[in-house]
Design a protein around this ligand. Structure first.
Ligand code: GAR
Length: 190
């Protein structure tokens, strides 16, 4: 199952997927990392796993449609089944959605629809909610909207700092993303 991963920053979710022997054995092939930030740490992580990187800056284009069209041209020959967004901090436009209908998956660090958009973890922490979590979903044209694939709760502990809560949310994300991808791999073999 050929996929591209899109990321903008640190890339811990990307690495959780890239380093998984279980996913590789089950047939996952990460053909490309698409990154919109030339200095992002995720680029170094991709090098570690010999995964090619396409760095594509929005500022090089006159509009978001043209920016995504360049991505589509790059992806076309790869014959991808899915695009996995893993900390990709851009809203996908109808241009890319039309090229991969129902095949773009996103991970978000909250129980959507709560805390959609940027800074979800600090906002959840500051809200004092006793339970937050992680959502993996197919995307549509909205910000962190679209059909939910899986949601998991993360309980806020009494002594949690924002950092300790964030760390558990990331651990949950890494396990969940691997499981969702494994389910996709298993279901397509049926
Ligand atoms: C993750 O928590 C991911 O859920 C979030 O960005 C972080 C990236 O971390 N994505 C969004 O907020 C999308 N709206 P990573 O670069 O270490 O994987």
């Amino acid at each position: 199952m050929k996929v591209a991963v899109f990321a903008s920053g640190n890339g811990s979710n990307f690495e959780a997927i890239a380093k998984s022997d279980e996913l590789r054995r089950a047939g996952l092939e990460i053909e490309l990392l698409v990154c919109d930030q030339p200095n992002a740490h995720v680029i170094e992580r991709a090098a570690k796993y010999q995964i090619p990187v396409f760095i594509n800056k929005l500022s090089d284009y006159s509009n978001r449609g043209a920016y995504e069209q360049a991505i589509i041209e790059k992806l076309k020959p790869l014959k991808l089944e899915y695009i996995l967004l893993a900390g990709y901090m851009r809203v996908v436009t109808p241009v890319l959605l039309a090229a991969y209908p129902g095949r773009i998956i996103n991970i978000h660090p909250s129980l959507l629809p709560k805390f959609s958009g940027l800074e979800a973890i600090p906002r959840a922490y500051e809200s004092g909610d006793e339970v937050t979590g992680v959502t993996i979903h197919y995307i549509d044209e909205g910000v962190d909207t679209g059909p939910v694939i899986k949601q998991c709760k993360v309980v806020r502990l009494e002594n949690d700092t924002e950092e300790s809560l964030e760390s558990r949310i990331h651990q949950t994300e890494h396990q969940m993303y691997r499981q969702v991808i494994l389910d996709l791999l298993i279901n397509r073999k049926k």
